[in-house]
Ligand binder design. Sequence first.
Ligand SMILES: Cc1cc2nc3c(=O)[nH]c(=O)nc-3n(C[C@H](O)[C@H](O)[C@H](O)COP(=O)(O)OP(=O)(O)OC[C@H]3O[C@@H](n4cnc5c(N)ncnc54)[C@H](O)[C@@H]3O)c2cc1C
Length: 303
Amino acid sequence: MNYTSLAGELQSLVRGSIRINESMRKHTTWKIGGNADVFLDPSDKGDIRQAVEFARERAVPFTVIGNGSNLLIKDGGIRGLVIKIGRGMANLSVNGNRIRAGAGAMLPELAAVARKNGLGGFEFAAGIPGSLGGAVVMNAGAINGCAADVLVEVEVVNHNNKLVVLKKEELDFAYRTSSLQNQGLICVETLWQGYAKEQWQIERETKEYLAKRKIAQPQGYPNAGSVFKNPQGDHAGRLIEACGCKGLRIGDAEISTKHANWILNLGNATAKDVLDLIDKIKQVVQKRFGVLLHLEVRVLGED
Ligand SMILES: Cc1cc2nc3c(=O)[nH]c(=O)nc-3n(C[C@H](O)[C@H](O)[C@H](O)COP(=O)(O)OP(=O)(O)OC[C@H]3O[C@@H](n4cnc5c(N)ncnc54)[C@H](O)[C@@H]3O)c2cc1C
């Protein structure tokens, strides 16, 4: 497929910018990943619908990403079109105790707007570096709450390229998952609802929570947060640590010595380094504890 001419054609249909052979290292917090054939930074919902229609008509595969903070993109990159829902779709507006926001706005921005407006329930969002679209897909959360607690509804682009509103109840939220993970729907807008809470209280709790995160989490090297989901009633980090895996390294990928469920990119880690480390961890944890760990990070692209 000639991606240069395809990109040119698509550029004439959308307002957002198109790039070819875009390195996905720039778009993941792990700073890992091969190139995307064609990359779109959409300006609005219209761009997304145009791009999706264009791709479907030409049988070009397409992939949607947010801030890339939960993604391992393989070294061979991503074929077809990658749509990154980000700054072009990051508007937020408050109405009473509700906040409407584009899927490209970030969780810490949502938390900040809620804080300024005396809305509680969003404290968990302050420290998670994901877009709102990615947060809904992953049901992002921490000890003090998760996306499902405060979400009202989302607007998605469906398989017929129509904009459809889905209520929270339709999204099958559970621990770090939602039905949006496997349905091929694209989240473009979100509506959230908080409750009245004193601003000083939100500020104090947020500060304490961020300080705790800073102490518990590795700093300084690119990563994607927790690699594995916690198995029921336990912590993946505890199991991995108990197997003596802290500090284990393949290439430039290292299991953090601070938090065993985090894998750090010490400089030039490849997706293969990380995947080999993941396999190793799964093997030793299964052998020692009989527990099969499941990935929290999403793996995209080709070897
Ligand atoms: C330092 C650090 C700390 C973290 N801490 C936490 C934490 O405390 N709790 C937690 O839950 N997570 C945490 N994470 C993981 C991550 O931030 C969350 O999973 C976040 O919700 C992912 O959002 P994203 O925009 O980066 O999504 P991405 O990583 O870009 O994508 C995640 C998945 O969602 C899909 N997707 C993204 N946007 C859309 C959209 N608009 N429509 C349809 N599909 C979409 C992608 O295809 C992919 O399958 C952390 C990550 C890092 C790097």
